[in-house]
Design a protein around this ligand. Structure first.
Ligand code: HDD
Length: 740
């Protein structure tokens, strides 16, 4: 609480003597700014999981007076203690030593993979549709469970760009009443390797080269392609990575996958094999490659900002959790697909995804470090009713996560950090260790005991987690080997390729050509082409042509699987929540139209941003139009669609301040920065519209009024209608090549 008694005089004394030239500091204590309404901290529980009653998003600085870590008040903080104003600094200055020491230890090791991430709080509500096959209580109808979700890239360091070509992590912590369940998945349903023993290898190959530590957050380099071409089991995941899935438009527009097959157990002990899917309500959408690259420079925090802004604006992203179910037979395969092989999917046409609950992300973290950085997920955090299978990749993961977290979070007690504390009561016998914050009482931390009243007691087998289903194991000898079914590395990449639309195939060809073009070793490029030949001759031929190499022949017969329409992103129309519409305007634009347009865009749940020659506002009078972006700062990457609000708004002017020209504007008058904006938006397949005679600007940018996704209308409302119709399909796909 602010100390009300503090007077100006006392405050002045507290801040020390006044110095000439020193900026005025606030002198009277007042309440600190509260957390923003969209922010929420983790549930405030004791280290053993009991509610403390403290507010969920506490402010960092509370209280009027600055103190040491021990609570002693400081009367001066800008100077170290010296023997005289020009004399040596004294070692006895505790404040100096404490401050520098703490600062020196502010960083913790970043995650060895998935270092770059952004997260949000939310809630999951079960539909009850899985009740027959799992006893997991949080999946029962209507049960609400708090969640914390962290999205990430895999390869980049903590400060790397969001929009690089990479797999995205999609890790969800369900704080259920029966203990914490973590679904630690990705936005790609398969993985590079089939056995965890190769995980350090694939990551070493993907991370920057060890000698010069370049390139950052990229797979476009020799070691990555060397590895994936030598381990052809990586072909399927690599193909997804070269597709648009690896450059998502937004975290809000990504699917998520549990990847492995899991085993659900019902109240009677019957088991079912399942694969988990997250389906975004906004659809699955991507950037185009040039856009992703530009974004890396213009706004490297694009995805992080997009998620936080959407939540702050109340556009809470939602995903349905779904499952594909398979009979738990001894073979653990379905329609010939080995369910223990994490490089394989089961097409949704063969096993439909059945929705079992809805997740809504509705609050931003209050503190990045405390929550997003310190959160610790683990695929072994399971609840009754959900069990693992013998997928050898999953087995290694069950070891790795706790192990890495002990080093990353400085000891074995990180489970007591607020973001990691289960919401179910904790009553373990884990004791002591670095950073122990629980004060365990009792004298007998062992079982059974007769001193602490015999507590704690064991739950019955029907209520406890980790009651593994008694699955029979085949009689076998110990071997370092894999099942023969794991040897098929090409039929599913071919299935994926054949399921893509023409545009998506063009993007894949361009991605391979770019990445291999960045490789320096000819032997690597040639080996990758040999892999591509086993996926599809057209893919291989086009990439080879782009590299100036000869396409090799396939070394295996090509399979002819039925395409899976569920794999393409280009289908249907989708909600437009949170989409950003740029309105290009100038001093003489139709400002009444701009105002009505802004209101219509907001009403439709989208975000209008006015782009003008300079900042400030447009128009005079009582209600000028506020400008959000200047011509100098606006690039197409930020907008999902553009609307031109009139003619002379885009007249060329070196300073962007000249009065509107008289007479009919000519194409040559167009400001080059607007031309760039239009040209990029056009190249990136974005909807473009306008009214009030915006034709000259379009003409100057070389865009025809009847091009796909382009529309000039008489009124702002009509222009918006055209643009939103095109935007619902995400992009004007007809602008891209339509035939191979
Ligand atoms: Fe992993 C982090 C997802 C295989 C070892 N992994 C990590 C994260 C995600 C995944 C989303 C970030 C979690 C967060 O936001 O904190 N990992 C996957 C998926 C895999 C996978 C979907 C395959 C299906 N991972 C995998 C293997 C191993 C690891 C085979 C090791 C044998 N993963 C780790 C790790 C990380 C991690 C080193 C780094 C930081 C952490 O765990 O806490 O333990």
């Amino acid at each position: 609480m602010v100390q009300k008694k503090a007077t100006k005089a006392a405050a002045k004394k507290a801040t020390g003597k006044k110095r000439a030239g020193k900026a005025a500091e606030p002198a009277v204590p007042r309440e600190p700014l509260p957390a923003k309404p969209d922010q929420q901290g983790p549930e405030t529980l004791t280290p053993t999981g009991r509610p403390t009653g403290a507010p969920r998003a506490a402010v960092a600085q509370s209280g009027a007076y600055f103190t040491t870590a021990q609570g002693a008040r400081l009367y001066e903080s800008d100077h170290s203690l010296k023997a005289g104003a020009r004399g040596p600094v004294l070692l006895q200055d505790h404040h100096l030593r404490e401050k520098i020491t703490h600062f020196d230890h502010e960083r913790i090791p970043e995650r060895v993979v998935h270092a770059r991430g952004a997260a949000a709080h939310g809630v999951f509500q079960g539909y009850g549709t899985a009740a027959k096959i799992t006893k997991a209580a949080f999946l029962a109808k209507g049960v609400e469970t708090p969640v914390f979700v962290r999205f990430s890239t895999v390869l980049g360091s903590r400060g790397s760009a969001d929009t690089v070509r990479d797999t995205r992590g999609f890790a969800t912590k369900f704080y259920t009443g029966e203990g914490t369940f973590d679904l630690v998945g990705n936005n790609i349903p398969v993985f590079f390797i089939q056995d965890a023993v190769k995980f350090p290898d694939v990551i070493h190959a993907g991370k920057p080269h060890p000698d010069r530590e370049i390139p950052q957050a990229q797979s476009a380099h020799d070691t990555f392609w060397d590895f994936v071409s030598l381990h052809t089991e990586a072909t399927h995941h690599t193909l997804w990575n070269m597709s648009d899935r690896a450059i998502p438009r937004s975290f809000r527009m990504m699917e998520g996958f549990g990847v492995h097959t899991f085993r659900l157990v019902n109240a009677k002990g019957a088991t079912t094999l399942v694969k988990f899917h997250w389906k975004p309500k906004l659809g699955v959408h991507s950037m185009v490659w040039e856009e992703a690259q530009l974004t890396g420079g213009m706004d490297p925090d694009f995805h992080r900002r997009d998620l936080a802004d959407a939540i702050e604006a109340g556009a809470h992203p939602q995903w349905e959790l779904g499952i594909q179910t398979f009979p738990d037979t001894p073979e653990q395969s379905f329609e010939g697909i080995d369910l223990l092989d994490p490089t394989k999917i089961v097409p949704e046409e063969l096993a439909p995804v059945r929705p079992i609950g809805l997740m809504t992300l509705n609050a931003n973290p209050a503190n990045y470090f405390a929550e997003t950085e310190q959160v610790a997920f683990h695929p072994g955090h399971l609840v009754p009713g959900i069990d693992v299978t013998d997928d050898p990749l999953l087995a290694g993961r069950l070891f790795s996560y706790l192990d890495t977290q002990i080093s990353r979070l400085g000891g074995p007690n990180f489970g007591q950090l607020p973001i990691n504390r289960p919401h179910a009561p904790v009553n373990d016998m884990l004791r002591d260790g670095m950073h122990q914050t629980a004060v365990h009482t009792g004298t007998a931390p062992y079982r059974p005991n007769s001193l602490d009243g015999g507590c704690p007691f064991l739950a019955g087998a029907d209520t406890g987690a980790f009651i593994e289903a008694p699955v029979a194991l085949p009689a076998a000898a110990k071997v370092r080997d894999a099942s023969a079914s794991f040897d098929d590395h090409f039929s599913q990449p071919r299935l994926f390729w054949l399921s893509m639309t023409v545009v998506e195939r063009e993007h894949i060809i361009a991605a391979y050509t770019f990445e291999l073009g960045k490789c320096e070793e000819q032997v690597v490029r040639e080996r990758v082409l040999a892999v591509l030949a086993n996926i599809d001759p057209h893919l291989c031929g086009e990439v080879a042509a782009g590299l100036g190499l000869t396409a090799p022949a396939a070394t295996q017969p090509l399979t002819e699987p039925d395409p899976s329409p569920a794999l393409t992103q280009i289908r249907g129309t989708w909600p437009l929540d949170g989409r950003v519409i740029g309105i290009v305007a100038g001093p003489d634009a139709d400002l009444r139209g701009v105002k009505s347009l802004r209101a219509a865009i907001v009403k439709a749940g989208m975000v209008p941003l006015v782009i003008a020659p300079t900042g400030g506002s447009l128009g005079t009078g009582k209600s000028p139009v506020a400008v959000q972006r200047t011509f100098a700062a606006a690039r197409s990457i930020e907008f999902d669609a553009l609307l031109l609000a009139g003619t002379r708004a885009v007249a060329a002017d070196a300073h962007g301040t000249r009065d509107a020209k008289a007479g009919t504007p000519q194409p040559g008058d167009c400001d080059p920065r607007v031309l760039l904006l239009l040209a990029e938006a056009y190249r990136h397949g974005k909807a473009i519209g306008g009214w009030n005679g915006s034709a000259p600007a379009l003409e100057a940018a070389g865009i025809a009024e009847d091009d796909p996704g382009v529309a000039l209308a008489d009124t702002p409302a009509a222009a918006l209608k055209h643009v939103t119709a095109s935007l619902a399909e995400h992009r004007a796909w007809n602008r891209f090549p339509t035939a191979i």
